[in-house]
Design a binder for this molecule. Structure first.
Ligand code: NAD
Length: 494
């Protein structure tokens, strides 16, 4: 394979300094689909240096006014749309997800660039009434880019996670070094081709391909990086936060979850089943906000679980290119991790209702597939209730009272998301107000919007992606005080 995907540093495509490459595998059939640069810290240092020169040297991008930065972001959004089908096919081949879900991701990624293009042209900062102890003053705040930002993303939404970070970071005027997951880097390479064509100044956006410990870690520890934002597992997030203290860089962490989906007996049960499936089987369950703990009121549990299992058993499974309900798991390692969780749940006494095994029918034998799995009779001490699976596996527990449901929902170190289903509006809001999580849904589960802030409480991280908050993360706020006194002020007086 001659066509090796390379790093993009200082406006040029270049191989890893060592010349090493990694194989990218299609998880639906185990076939080799690409070779990519396998970078080390030395490559990342090159990219950081380029970003530093671009930001602190010429400063072309940060000095470009918001409306012109917006024009570039809009051109990027248009180019993503123009190449949408190609990008969707890449994400499906790389990640395994159903094609229609990949298509939706690409649409959302383009919309994310469009959203931040719009936002950066709107008023920012403020003017403040201040005391006149030093004579008349005018005080205002202005928003500035943070500087050199390191961005690291996971594999579950390859292009979309890239957009969630790159769009606001660039809108704010930063220079960035981006490291996508080593498992799914292909659409990011195409995105950087789009950046190049859109005319981003050299060094503004740099791409480094490689594993976390080899290529990513340097972004956390380097004193030349002013900010790191990371989406991935809680364990890696902890490593990154501890490495970032060296120069006290700004840190944003979007981490894992074990989110509760609470269903009361008065809910529309048929609707709740459909949303619960979207909650935990969408994207093969490889979703940080997955409603992987269903808490259901005891009186309707049997009916709910029977219907959920019926629907789960009817799901089609296969190569994402054929647009099944469930595509391939991203890698053999992730497949084994999921099967390990399933095995442990059984051995710890959870009742397997459906699924619970690798799916190997026909050509799926060559890929990494898992049947959608429902466990009933789960108890709070079981690993299946406590640990993130990141696969199509759900644990069902029962509750009797609203207070018990809330207590069970919060009995987790995570705090990313949660849902509640009930026809009682006041109760829905009461429960949502008690859930210690950053994203909640009432009578639905998992819809996500570029316009609204996304992020976790507790060990699901800190900082927010998306929405106005998402732009603020990539900005510093500077206070400016102007004396309006024409002559000498004299000493301070009240
Ligand atoms: P991961 O933590 O293994 O890897 C994420 C990224 O970090 C990858 O690019 C990886 O190369 C890099 N990385 C790994 N070790 C590193 C290190 N020591 N230094 C720097 N970078 C390092 O996670 P994953 O398996 O790719 O993704 C799954 C996890 O991501 C799940 O826990 C999921 O919940 C989480 N996630 C969270 C959100 C959110 O918005 N909160 C969204 C998507 C995924």
């Amino acid at each position: 394979m001659n066509d090796i995907r390379q790093n993009y540093i200082d406006g040029r495509w270049q191989p890893a300094l060592s010349g090493a490459t990694r194989e990218i595998i299609n998880p639906a059939n185990g076939e080799l689909i690409a070779l990519v640069a396998d970078s080390q810290a030395e490559d990342t240092r090159l990219a950081i240096a380029a970003a530093k020169r671009a930001f602190y040297g010429k400063g072309e991008w940060r000095r470009t006014g918001g409306p012109r930065r917006a024009d570039t972001l809009l051109a990027i959004a248009d180019a993503i749309k123009a190449r949408a089908e190609e990008l969707a096919l890449l994400d499906t081949r790389d990640n395994g997800k159903p094609l229609r879900e990949a298509r939706a991701d690409i649409d959302d990624a383009a919309a994310c660039f469009r959203y931040y293009a719009g936002l950066v042209t709107k008023p920012q900062g403020g003017v403040y009434e201040v005391s006149d102890g030093f004579g008349p003053m005018h005080a205002f705040a202005m928003h500035e880019p943070v500087g050199v930002c390191g961005l690291i993303t996971p594999w579950n939404y390859p292009l979309l996670m890239a957009a969630w970070k790159l769009a606001p970071a660039l809108a704010a005027g930063n220079c960035v070094v981006f490291k996508p997951s080593e498992l799914t880097p292909l659409s990011a390479v195409e995105l950087f081709r789009i950046f190049h064509e859109a005319g981003l100044p050299a060094g503004t956006a740099n791409l480094v391909l490689g594993t976390g410990p080899s290529a990513g870690q340097e972004l956390a520890s380097s004193h030349d990086v002013d900010m790191i934002t990371f989406t991935g597992s809680t364990r890696t997030g902890q490593t990154i936060a501890s490495l970032a203290v060296g120069n006290l860089k700004k840190v944003g962490l979007e981490l894992g979850g074990k989110s509760p989906n609470i269903i009361f007996a008065d809910a529309d049960l048929e609707g709740a089943v459909e949303w619960a499936m979207i909650g935990v089987f969408f994207n093969q369950g490889e979703v940080c906000s997955a409603g992987s703990r269903i808490l259901i009121e005891e009186s309707v549990k049997e009916r709910f679980v029977a219907r959920l299992a019926e629907r789960a058993n009817a799901m089609t499974i296969g190569d994402g290119l054929h647009d099944p309900d469930i595509g391939a798991i991203v890698s053999q390692a992730q497949l084994e991790k999921i099967l390990g969780h399933i095995e442990r749940a059984r051995s710890q006494g959870a009742r397997l209702v459906c699924g619970g095994e690798r799916y190997t029918a026909g050509s799926c034998a060559k890929g990494f597939f898992v049947r959608p799995t429902v466990f009933d009779q789960c108890t709070r001490e079981m690993d299946i209730v406590r640990e993130e699976v990141f696969g199509p596996v759900v644990a069902v527990q029962t509750f009797r009272t609203e207070a018990e449901a809330i207590e069970m929902a919060n009995d987790t170190p995570y705090g990313l998301a949660g849902g509640v289903f009930t026809s009682d509006g006041a109760r829905a809001l009461r429960v949502v107000k008690e859930i210690r999580a950053g994203v909640t849904w009432i009578n639905c589960y998992n819809p996500t919007f570029n316009e609204a802030p996304w992020g976790g409480y507790k060990m699901s991280g800190y900082g927010r992606d998306l929405g106005v908050n998402g732009l603020l993360e990539y900005q510093q706020v500077k206070q400016v005080n102007i004396s309006l006194q024409p002559g000498p002020v004299g000493w301070y007086r009240r």
